[in-house]
Design a protein around this ligand. Structure first.
Ligand SMILES: NC(=O)c1ccc[n+]([C@@H]2O[C@H](COP(=O)([O-])OP(=O)(O)OC[C@H]3O[C@@H](n4cnc5c(N)ncnc54)[C@H](O)[C@@H]3O)[C@@H](O)[C@H]2O)c1
Length: 350
């Protein structure tokens, strides 16, 4: 494992994006998103992917200079065309619009088409929570999950997140893919030659398998909670892609297998202004009551703590902020160092 200072990582990320033509403002937005995700401990979806996004800009699959534009808009909704801009730029703009509109109307939806991998869904849901609103954030992806009774990759892992103010300046937030486990976990088991539980994959016949070596070409991921995760993944597809005009299901290609191709995923963001429904103080008292009841519920044998969704991430963020640095894997460090050599922008990793 290696370490890197937060401020260096942020400056490096923004400057590296500027070398391929991303505006200063957008580069800072992307850097904030990726480093914010790293600080939450979601290292798979932060700056680890920076070099991939830059490669995709160089190959033409993303347009470094693009700005999202409005396709249609009403007081409580909008649909944006991402115009092939990097996903974080469109996602932040869309959630900011949803927040603004929700502050007027109580609730607002903003969808995006013609976008690309937006990283961790939770970052955007938390933009709303930071403003005292409840935020929902989601995206469709290329298909990797077999649906119940199916035997091929039919629907994406379709990340979904909600964040709600917790009454103490942070949020309760869930940020998940809708597969039973992340593909990365299967790949790690495969690399170690390990069998996996039979709830992770189905084989070419659509039957559960414990053989991790079959993934990705001869096996598909199982949805989270069988038909339940499938149904939620379909909701994400509807809100992110079907009603925005983005690519649906098999129309979406993997963002990083063919860097020259456009990805055309869609995203959806919903913001709810709680203060339109009840005074902020009443919400605070009610959410704290809910949290207390959950945290004080009787514990399972051998367990002494019940966690809230998001609690682990906020603890990791606190550690990152108090030390001013984060720990990254060697592979993550190597990818940043390679990008540093390519762009000539220095970064100190120790
Ligand atoms: N952009 C994309 O295409 C894409 C695709 C898939 C996943 N993702 C991202 O990958 C990341 C990881 O997804 P994942 O499905 O592996 O997440 P995961 O299974 O690690 O679950 C993480 C969530 O569960 C909560 N959690 C974990 N243990 C808990 C407990 N004991 N009690 C209460 N809450 C608990 C965490 O606080 C967090 O909200 C997410 O950020 C997701 O948005 C992105």
């Amino acid at each position: 494992m290696k370490k890197v200072k937060l401020n260096e990582l942020k400056n490096f990320s923004a400057k590296a994006l500027e070398t391929v033509g991303v505006s200063k403002e957008n580069a800072e937005t992307v850097a904030d998103t990726l480093v914010g995700t790293d600080m939450f401990g979601v290292l798979t979806h932060g700056t680890k992917n920076l070099s991939g996004y830059i490669q995709k800009m160089e190959a033409g699959g993303l347009d470094a200079k693009a700005e999202p534009s409005v396709i249609c808009e009403g007081p409580a909704f909008a649909v944006l065309n991402g115009n092939k801009a990097i996903g974080m730029v469109s996602a932040c703009k869309a959630m900011e619009m949803a927040i603004k509109k929700a502050k007027e109307c109580g609730i607002a939806y903003v969808g995006v088409k013609n976008s690309c991998h937006f990283g961790a869904a939770g970052y955007y849901a938390n933009l709303a929570a930071k403003e005292g609103l409840i935020g929902l954030s989601m995206s469709n992806t290329d298909p990797v999950i077999a649906v119940p009774n199916g035997c091929t990759k039919a629907i994406g892992t379709n990340p979904f997140s909600f964040a709600a103010p917790d009454g103490n300046g942070k949020s309760i937030f869930l940020d998940i893919a809708l597969s039973n486990v992340a593909a990365l976990k299967v790949i790690m088991a495969k690399e170690k030659g390990m069998d996996i539980p039979d709830t992770w994959l189905v084989d070419k016949d659509g039957l559960p398998t414990t053989d991790s070596s079959l993934f990705p070409y001869n096996a598909s991921l199982q949805p989270m909670g069988a038909h339940k995760g499938y149904g939620l993944a379909l909701l994400v597809e509807l809100l992110s892609a079907t009603i925005t005009g983005a690519g649906m299901l098999s129309e979406v290609a993997s963002w990083n297998l063919d860097m020259a191709s456009t990805n055309n995923v869609g995203h959806a963001f919903i913001a709810i202004d709680i203060s339109k429904m009840m005074p902020k103080e009443v919400y605070k008292q009610r959410v704290l009551q809910m949290v207390n009841e959950l945290k004080n519920a009787p514990k399972a044998k051998g367990k002494d703590k019940i966690l809230l969704p998001g609690e682990m991430e906020w603890e990791k963020q606190e550690t990152a902020l108090s030390t001013g640095e984060i720990e990254i894997t060697d592979a993550h460090a190597d990818s940043l160092k390679a990008l540093s050599e390519k762009t000539g922008i220095e970064i100190n990793i120790y």
